[in-house]
Each structure stands twice: as structure tokens, then as C-alpha cells.
Design a protein around this ligand. Structure first.
Ligand code: ZN
Length: 156
């Protein structure tokens, strides 16, 4: 099902960055652009280099989940100058400001990144789902992962 995306509203992304640009629901791309615009500005304002967002996976034919509906993207949020992925906790922190209905943390991808999805329900009335995939493939709560990171970072 072709989508009616106005690509002029998505100025920081080009169609060739996606496998199936015409299968992604327009609101997903507009949300991605809003996040890119706001978080880039915020980064620059606090003296950072700005951010860029690269796409790992978009529409997936036959996927029973949100990827198969054109409503999910797998992304890596990066430092705009070094192009290195931001720490996964920072990527999650940025994403949680936006009305994604699902945010998955993937610290053990080749490069750490996020799954972002937007289900066709009112995000105002639906509870957001979040999760974190561990190195062994098991899923844990984001809060549990955060607690582990904090323990490992601040142990005395
Ligand atoms: Zn995904």
C-alpha cells in the first residue's frame, strides 16, 4: 500500500536511505523528522555536534509486527561530526520525548540502536511499550538495563 508522504516535510532523510520508502506510514517519517530536528537543535544548544539518524531497517515484507505494517523503524542516533553511535541510554532518552508507542533498546546490535514504532491508536491513551534486548537474546525491562548501567558506571 503506497503511502502519501510529503518528502519535503522530511528534509533530513532521502528516500534512498530506506529499503521501502513508499511503504512507511507518513506519520512515522514525520515523527522521525521531528525527533531529528528537535534533538539536533538541543545537542547544538548544549555545545554538542548535533545528531544524525541512520536507518537499519524499515518496512519488512511478511513481518507480522509493526515493521510489516510500515509502522516501525530500526535506527541508530549518531554524533553528527564523528558519526559514532551515541550511548544507547542517550539514544533512548532522546526517543522517549516523542509519541512513539514502542521503543526497543538494542545495545548489542553491531552498533547500538533503537526500534521505534507508531501503532495506529491514540498514543495519548495507550501505554507505551519499552524493552531492551540483552546480549543473550532475552528481553528485559528498560529500567532493569538502566539499573545495570548505573551500577557498572558508578560502582565505588
Ligand atoms: Zn524493529
Amino acid at each position: 500500500m503506497a503511502q502519501d508522504t510529503d518528502w519535503s516535510k522530511v528534509p533530513n532523510f532521502t528516500q534512498d536511505e530506506f529499503d521501502y520508502p513508499n511503504e512507511i506510514v507518513a506519520d512515522v517519517l514525520y515523527m522521525l523528522q521531528t525527533m531529528r530536528t528537535n534533538e539536533n537543535r538541543r545537542s547544538v544548544q548544549r555545545g554538542g555536534h548535533g545528531i544524525i539518524i541512520t536507518i537499519n531497517s524499515d518496512y519488512r515484507l511478511g513481518d507480522p509486527g509493526q515493521h510489516g505494517k510500515g509502522r516501525a523503524l530500526d535506527v541508530v542516533i549518531r554524533d553528527a561530526r564523528t558519526r559514532e553511535p551515541l550511548p544507547i541510554t542517550m539514544q533512548f532518552w532522546m526517543a522517549q520525548f516523542y509519541f512513539w508507542t514502542g521503543i526497543g533498546m538494542y545495545p548489542y546490535w553491531k552498533e547500538p540502536g533503537l526500534h521505534l514504532d507508531l501503532k495506529p491508536v491514540s498514543p495519548i491513551y495507550s501505554r507505551r511499550r519499552t524493552w531492551c534486548r540483552q546480549e543473550d537474546g532475552k528481553y528485559i525491562a528498560v529500567e532493569e538495563y538502566m539499573a545495570t548501567v548505573c551500577r557498572n558506571t558508578f560502582i565505588t
